[in-house]
Ligand binder design. Structure first.
Ligand code: NAG
Ligand code: NAG
Ligand code: NAG
Ligand code: NAG
Ligand code: NAG
Ligand code: NAG
Ligand code: NAG
Ligand code: NAG
Ligand code: NAG
Ligand code: NAG
Length: 484
């Protein structure tokens, strides 16, 4: 039998050559994560102190290591880009750009070929309207898409879906920018420049005085501010970007794009062409309703919301929602800077008090931050899978909110595009042609009539033939032969 080594051809460097690296080993979960203060033994100690079961503890350690191996280079707490705020910018208004990293070294990322990256810090407004610093990346196309009446590189702002609720959960320091081909790579490969904020509290988690900036998870109005102000800041930093722009977002970011369109209903800004909300989170209540019957997942969800609630209602106490073990798990997530992967395995029985939703805070926060049933600046395209178990279970959330909005504001320019099938992130792929065409039409200046339009898309083959959700992640190759 031939040695497997001889059959492997390396694509790197430039020419095909036999590989001299080790034989391929199966992908395993022994992720290498020893960045800075997050040394494994310290993390283990902290997990031990939280009294979790041994299986949850070991799952958490693996998930944390997975997250940390996906950082672009280092922890946000060690990267001066995020930690060093220019002192003279502390009173800069929302929408100002306060730091520009013109060239971001893409060798720390798993970007698609043909893309370039910049990062910036800018000022935004949190839920209560206070001005805080935040970070964003800008993904640049190789060739700009041209439109007859447009000067500059056409600009799309992209709001990411839930990445987590701690400082390390910033897409701009994740190797695949968190949403990779789902939207940002695709947009940039199509010739758009993409500005994507890390929502306030992710990335930059301290203000100019060193005060903690909590991420206000699924608070669409706050994340809508981040989208709008990142556009203003990027346009100030890079005059080659078009003045016209489209807002887009998925899941948490779908809520953000919708909320930004609502903010613009009262005071539209020059250049705004419309918004695309894909699989949008329409409220905190809908985000949690689907897990009410699964106490462990409910606890993991509430652990992410607690900080945001605490940030606007200082009288809120973790004991309003959590048992002692739940409080320990919630603090641990922040302490070890766990993100979405960590939260998904931090499944602790009996973490949530049965009376948690009888306190005023949850409903008040949800009412404040929900989208829909309000006027918005159109046009808006909402894309939704018909059997999305995350944001539209049994068509009770997105579909209901769209229909209520259309009833209350019948002249809204709202197009509701639904795609047959069970899918959350997958909707970005099923609907890719539809949202790309819609965005192109906005830059082409195609007019949209008032009124609501519903379009139901069906697959060419029976639905069960199709890949439904993401079944891959992008990994950094260690050896030259890892090119697939
Ligand atoms: C898989 O795990 C083994 C043992 O922990 C380790 O030596 C090896 O480098 C790992 N392989 C990869 C591809 O991470
Ligand atoms: C593991 O991380 C350490 C510290 O960042 C680094 O020096 C080392 O090269 C990494 N090893 C691998 C196989 O990535
Ligand atoms: C802060 O100082 C830098 C460097 O001197 C300068 O370029 C920048 O414009 C200043 N920013 C503000 C907001 O004053
Ligand atoms: C990017 O980073 C890599 C790895 O640290 C380094 O080898 C390379 O020189 C850097 N490129 C530039 C242009 O700074
Ligand atoms: C827009 O203005 C109306 C009336 O002043 C107000 O009730 C509403 O809250 C405003 N909406 C936003 C999103 O600011
Ligand atoms: C934020 O605004 C809410 C509603 O106006 C108010 O009840 C709360 O006290 C404010 N919180 C902070 C921290 O300013
Ligand atoms: C963990 O268990 C120890 C020993 O039973 C106890 O002293 C400690 O208070 C517990 N910690 C938490 C966070 O529940
Ligand atoms: C409150 O939450 C519990 C789960 O903790 C759930 O069973 C109950 O239905 C919820 N009540 C309401 C009114 O949503
Ligand atoms: C939230 O909104 C609902 C529906 O409008 C209302 O019945 C409820 O009183 C509100 N709750 C709080 C705490 O604001
Ligand atoms: C381009 O701009 C001109 C002048 O404003 C206008 O007449 C024309 O209709 C525009 N074309 C498109 C495709 O929007």
């Amino acid at each position: 039998m031939l040695s497997q080594t001889l059959l492997l051809l390396c694509l790197s460097p430039l020419i095909l050559q036999p590989c001299t690296a080790q034989l391929a080993s199966i992908q395993n979960n022994t992720f290498n994560a020893s960045y800075g203060q997050f040394n494994p033994s310290q993390t283990r100690n902290r997990i031990t102190q939280a009294n979790l079961s041994s299986s949850v503890s070991s799952d958490l350690l693996v998930a944390l290591d997975f997250e940390r191996t996906n950082w672009a280079g280092s922890s946000t707490h060690l990267d001066p880009f995020y930690t060093d705020l220019p002192a003279n910018a502390s009173s800069a208004p929302a929408g100002s750009v306060i730091k520009v990293e013109q060239y971001t070294n893409t060798s720390y990322y798993t970007l698609s070929p043909g893309l370039a990256l910049s990062r910036c810090l800018f000022m935004t407004k949190n839920l209560n309207g206070s001005t805080v610093p935040a970070s964003a990346y800008v993904l640049w196309p190789y060739l700009s898409r041209t439109f007859s009446n447009l000067s500059g590189i056409p600009l799309v702002a992209f709001g990411h879906g839930s990445s987590g609720a701690t400082g390390e959960c910033a897409p701009s320091h994740i190797r695949n920018l968190w949403y990779q081909f789902s939207a940002p790579f695709t947009l940039a490969l199509q010739g758009y420049a993409v500005v994507a904020p890390d929502y306030a509290g992710l990335g930059v988690d301290h203000d100019f005085d060193g005060n903690f900036i909590p991420h206000q998870y699924i608070a669409a109005t706050a994340q809508g501010n981040d989208l709008l102000y990142s556009v203003e800041a990027a346009q100030a930093a890079w005059p080659q970007l078009s003045r016209q722009f489209v807002l887009m977002g998925d899941s948490q970011g779908g809520g953000a794009a919708w909320a930004a369109a609502e903010t613009l209903a009262n005071s539209t800004i020059p250049g705004y062409l419309g918004a695309v909300a894909v699989s949008p989170s329409t409220s905190v209540r809908s985000a949690l309703e689907v897990v009410l019957g699964v106490p462990t997942i409910l606890g993991s969800g509430l652990a992410r919301f607690a900080l945001g609630v605490q940030s606007v209602y200082p009288a809120f106490r973790l004991t309003d929602w959590f048992t002692d073990i739940g409080i320990a798990a919630t603090r641990l997530l922040q302490d070890v800077q766990g993100c979405g992967s960590s939260a998904s395995v931090l499944l602790v029985p009996d973490a949530v008090k049965p009376t948690w939703n009888q306190s005023w805070y949850f409903n008040a926060y949800s009412n404040w931050t929900s989208v829909g049933n309000k006027p918005f600046a159109g046009p808006m395209l909402v894309i939704q899978g018909t059997d999305d178990p995350v944001v539209d279970l049994d068509q009770r959330f997105t579909t209901t909110v769209v229909s209520e909005t259309c009833q209350a504001f019948p002249n809204s320019q709202l197009e509701y595009a639904t795609f047959e099938g069970h899918s959350h992130i997958g909707a970005l792929f099923f609907g890719q042609q539809v949202w790309l065409n819609w965005i192109a039409q906005r830059f082409e200046g195609v007019r949209v009539e008032g009124g609501c339009l519903g379009t139901r898309y069906q697959p060419e083959l029976p639905l069960e033939n199709y890949q439904e959700e993401l079944e891959y992640y992008l990994e950094y190759p260690l050896y030259g032969y890892e090119t697939a």
